[in-house]
Design a protein around this ligand. Structure first.
Ligand code: ADP
Length: 741
């Protein structure tokens, strides 16, 4: 007999639950398992009947773009009682289900763990009551369980991210950007309350991403007298030229005596003490709504399929895992431990042991706390370092990447905070030669965090041999002691040129660091570049719109993404957007592969599909262009459907950076400036690349990064995301009737 599993969503809904359900169902079918969906969470388990239904491949089609959960969720009081769980067990075992994927918060996962622990005794009770025969009970001695965390709060210990948190952050940062602009117009203050009863992640990350002035979170309550501190900060910001001030308050914020701090109280403080015209906005349920972000789609696809693999491999001895995330990878921890530690964290807050609570949130959380404090407090009048080597120049090189401004802003503020003189070079190396270099003050970069484009300008010119003398002169003229080059492959190559020529030009004998900022995401040693997440979100929302048009007619689309020779954007947008085919330069495109694809496409339309979506990287193949693909698809369709080619083009480089890109930019810039400070003090002339690695931000010698580069194709020789390829194929490859959407 085959394996039968069930999936349910429970607790608070979160964007990303639907993509997760889709991945769970399709992976299970791919592995030959039978799948049931449970509707209305645990209440559905207790009720049984048609609340536990078989699901097929197409039942989870077209749900990728929907927020919330199509399976429904409910709080179930009955499931909290053993009698309710006994009915749940009876309903499961009657359908031959003894494997369960639960997608929910810590409450839901605790509930699942209770059901699992009680399973044998519940079945024994059912047998004793004559409601179940012994033979059936013997066939299902244990309930195998896997937990996935669906929660916008990012509040589970044991995983870096939870499904839905990134989308919620998108909603909050969009709101904060909008509030920031109206606040600026009227020179107002805003107090914005965001969700997070026990966890300050959303408030903290949003405050950091949106450049807010102050944040109040449960894990780090302010000290007594904090009202004076807040007022001083807002006043100083005004003096430094800020036209607005924004305070972000987590709904569970409290002071160090655990007395709640309400947004209304913060407003009173600002109004009464500073005479600020202050408004309160409580964001509420908009944070849960809307389309899931690209990250919440691709990560949940990976998590969903990993959960199924865990579940299918489970033996009676298996300790139920929580399938979570660490450094862009699946990371499993024992479910029970994760739930217990999450509870412990809440207890630590109640016991006012805030240091432990913050530590339990993980290093990333502490890093964000420190970063936010430095960025919001680094005022221009901080004591200057008296070190003679202390002038850092920041410049952008290469194509535009959203988040370049956020990187420059963080570098400038943190540099000033450390006592350096921060120089902004307008227009890349050419600007340096022309003398377009200005000293940047704290207030000059105030509104840069959410701005698209590049305030410091940009140029694709990589220094040629004949430019080097003038560049050296430029560095000397402005007394540059350290160089922060923000950009993509051209930035990387420029740093390489300066390094290679430094024996000839003494001016190049200064510490130089590359901060990867490119939508191509192709810089060796950094898993993510600033800008790539924003571009991915752009591509995915374009795909969503394209997908909608197929509601009217049957269509085949070939969507062409940027990326140079690097397939990151193509593969990840294919995974997030539910494409059935992805064409990459890394793999090449062959005629026999195309012939098979055409055949599948024709079959899928014949089987009633309305959409065939292919994503092609712009350089996937010199011969088989997007237009060529479109034409063969159209020709072979023989008039039964339209085939269209959509080249997304430069829009992918524009727009306001995503929350992830803003935070990444700040993290990288902070560490890069600290590194430059140390190297300048040591009189070093080292060159390095900073980047995001599996275990966090790291700095790698430039030479090492060069060894890992495929120069001809301007990409790393090893690309971490290529291992996600099988997941893309699996989720697209509906058996028998051709690909699904
Ligand atoms: P979340 O999963 O978002 O934390 P809740 O804490 O409300 O949401 O839990 C959702 C549901 O999970 C509850 O309505 C209840 O049915 C079930 N549940 C939670 N905790 C337990 C528990 N300790 N024992 C049994 N069921 C529980």
């Amino acid at each position: 007999m085959g394996v039968t599993l069930a999936v349910l969503t429970s607790g608070g809904d979160a964007q990303g639950m639907n993509p997760t359900v889709r991945a769970v169902v399709r992976s299970a079918l791919h592995h030959g398992a039978e799948v049931h969906a449970v509707y209305e969470g645990y209440q559905g388990l207790v009720d049984g009947g048609d609340r536990i239904r078989h699901v097929a491949w197409d039942d989870v089609g077209y749900i990728l773009t929907r927020g919330g959960t199509v399976l429904g969720t409910a709080r179930s009081a009955e499931f909290r009682d053993r009698a309710g769980r006994r009915r749940a067990a009876a309903n499961l075992v009657a359908r031959g289900i003894d494997r369960l994927v639960v997608i929910g918060g810590d409450g839901s996962l605790s509930g699942a763990d209770v059901l699992r622990a009680e399973w044998p005794s519940l079945l024994a009770e059912l047998v004793g009551a004559g409601e179940l025969d012994q033979e059936t009970a013997d066939r299902h001695p244990v309930l195998a369980l896997v937990g996935l965390v669906g929660s916008i709060d990012n509040d589970m210990v044991g995983t870096e991210t939870t499904i839905g948190a990134d989308s919620a952050l998108h909603r909050i940062v969009e709101a904060l950007d909008a509030i920031g602009s109206t606040a600026s117009s009227h020179q107002r203050s805003f107090v914005v309350e965001v969700m997070g009863r026990r966890c300050g992640y959303l408030a903290l990350a949003a405050a950091l991403a949106a450049g807010a002035d102050y944040v109040l979170i449960p894990e780090r309550p302010p000290q007594p007298g904090w009202e004076d501190d807040l007022c001083e900060l807002v006043r100083a910001g005004r003096v430094a030229g800020r036209r607005n001030s924004v305070v972000v308050v987590a709904e569970g914020a409290h002071d160090s005596a655990n007395q709640p701090i309400t947004s209304a109280y913060v407003r009173t403080v600002l109004e009464e003490r500073l005479g600020e015209d202050t408004r309160v906005t409580i964001l509420g349920h908009v944070q849960r709504g809307g389309v899931p972000s690209a990250y919440d789609r691709w990560m949940s696809a990976i998590l969903g399929s990993a959960a199924v693999e865990e579940l299918l491999a489970a033996t009676p001895e298996t300790v139920p895992p929580l399938v979570g995330v660490r450094g862009n990878r699946v990371h499993t921890v024992p479910l029970h431990e994760a739930v217990t530690r999450t509870r412990e964290l809440a207890d630590r807050i109640t016991a006012r042991d805030f240091d432990t609570a913050q530590k339990m949130r993980g290093d990333g959380f502490t890093e964000m706390v420190q970063l936010f404090e430095s960025l919001s407090r680094a005022l221009p009048d901080t004591d200057r370092d008296s070190s003679p080597r202390s002038r850092i120049a920041v410049l952008n090189v290469g194509g535009l990447a959203p988040g370049m401004n956020a990187a420059a802003r963080a570098a400038v503020r943190l540099g000033l905070h450390r006592g350096h003189t921060m120089l902004g070079v307008d227009g890349s190396f050419r600007g340096l030669v022309a003398g377009d270099v200005r000293e940047l003050a704290w207030g000059d970069v105030s509104d840069w965090t959410g701005a698209g484009g590049a305030e410091l300008g940009i140029s694709r010119d990589v220094p040629a041999v004949e430019d080097l003398y003038a560049i050296g002169r430029g560095l000397e003229r402005h007394g540059v002691d350290g160089l922060l080059i923000v950009g993509g492959w051209d930035a990387f190559a420029s740093a390489g040129t300066l390094r290679a020529e430094r024996h000839r030009y003494p001016a190049f004998q200064i510490p130089t660091i590359v901060l990867p900022a490119t939508i191509d995401n192709n810089i060796p040693t950094s898993e993510m570049s600033v800008g790539a997440d924003t571009a991915l979100n752009h591509v995915v929302s374009s795909i969503d719109r394209i997908r909608e048009t197929s509601a009217a007619t049957r269509r085949c689309f070939v969507v062409e993404t940027m990326g140079g020779y690097c397939g990151y954007l193509a593969l990840m947008s294919g995974l997030s957007g539910g494409a059935v085919r992805v064409y990459l330069h890394e793999e090449g495109v062959t005629l026999s592969r195309l012939a098979a694809d055409v055949e599948q496409m024709v079959d899928s339309f014949a089987a009633g599909q309305r959409l065939f979506l292919a994503v092609r990287n712009e350089r996937a193949s010199e011969m088989y262009t997007s237009d060529f693909l479109r034409r063969i698809f159209e020709q072979e369709g023989r008039g039964t459907f339209d085939a269209r080619q959509i080249v997304l083009g430069q829009t992918q480089q524009g727009g306001s950076p995503s929350p992830f890109d803003r935070i990444l930019a700040a993290r990288l810039a902070a560490r890069a400036v600290a590194w430059l400070g140390d190297e300048m003090a040591a009189g070093s002339a080292a060159s390095a690349v900073i980047g995001l690695h599996e275990d966090g931000v790291r700095i790698v010698p430039l030479q090492r990064a060069e060894e890992l580069a495929d120069r001809e194709h301007r990409r790393p020789t090893d690309q971490w995301w290529m291992r996600l390829r099988p997941t893309v194929d699996m989720l697209a490859a509906r058996t028998a009737a051709g690909p699904g959407v």
